[in-house]
Design a binder for this molecule. Sequence first.
Ligand code: AMP
Length: 412
Amino acid sequence: METKPPRGTKDILPPEIRIWQFVEQEAHKHFKSYNFKEIRTPIFEYIELFQRGVGETTEIVMKQMYVFTDNSGRTYVLRPENTASVARALIDNDIFQIAGPKRYYYIGPMFRYEKMQKGRYRQFHQIGLEIFGDEHPAADAEVIAVGYTYLKRINCKNLIVEINSVGCRKCRTTYNYELELFLSKNKDYLCQDCKDRLTRNPLRILDCKNENCINLVKQAPIILDYLCKECKVHFNDVKFYLDRYKISYELNPYLVRGLDYYTKTAFEIKSGELGAQNAVLGGGRYDSLVKELEGPDVCGIGFALGIERVILAMDTSSIKEDVLDYYIVCLTEDAVMYAIEISEGIRKYNYSCEIAYKPTSIRSAMRIANKLNAEKVIILGSDEITNNVVSIKNMITGEQSIIHKNDFLKQL
Ligand code: AMP
């Protein structure tokens, strides 16, 4: 029997789970303050959703999906990302019939068959958000600002915001042509993967981490020189509003997103704390996704961040460890009933409490209490039952006291 988890997945146990809970709780609070509502979509979807939504020629769809067939013979995919699912859910639930922008966020696992390395897993977890139906450039700036301020809020260090515009279908066609022409002329300098990308998806070559490809790309035409008037104005406005949100950014003309559906604004937030996989958050505008999925002609903008990577970039020192408020130790079998009564009284006041049912010595109970990070230990033996009292030891001050059960519960 294999007890290791599948390659590229990992168990998350205490005390690390505290950090995950903190990251998730702060996300709920932060996104609520910008009036985003949570959405939960299925973990698997029909394969066509991603083929159409993400794009047949993307790496994700071509190489990285976990595909399976069920007993009915239908083919499904463990979701590799969640924007297409959110768009599908809003179409399916007729949410787009309601007027006004739609603002949603999600938290959950995604699955991609990836080459394993630090910060790159096959089951990883994303927090993401989307605004649908708001074409205003201030919405682009707001989405970047929400991501950045959230990362600051959870103590991510050394953050750099990078932005670019990948244009619309119109300007990208001209650019793709020019880029392909330039790269074809210099094909010999490209790595094998990029040679394959050349006709399929030349834009992705801009993102390649191979040193020769990086050097060649530095001489390639840049998309910002090919933007149509509308895309240029939009991009300038996004920068204007980013200044209003007081977000500093760097222009990165080589920044592209891995998925086909992006248009206009593309952005990433990187952390200097990380190595090769330094992007903690990525996103952009996608003006044609909903229509592509047979929904109305509604634009969108959003981002996704990887929880595993964010945790690597965080200063977690101020996240408090779990504390057990009360540990109740039974010295005799008779004490168990008394312990249950007291523990239920304690929990009514929202304090945490665990009972050691099996009669034990005080010495070994104290050892366990320390391991459990207990603040107070209640000791119950025959004397306590007879006199209706509890013996309490404060593990921080060392102070001990005996107090009547009713008084104890009243003072909680
Ligand atoms: P993407 O959906 O590829 O735009 O990625 C958005 C964010 O998700 C990245 O910036 C990473 O933080 C995270 N991410 C993407 N793929 C992985 C992976 N295989 N393992 C861990 N995190 C990932």
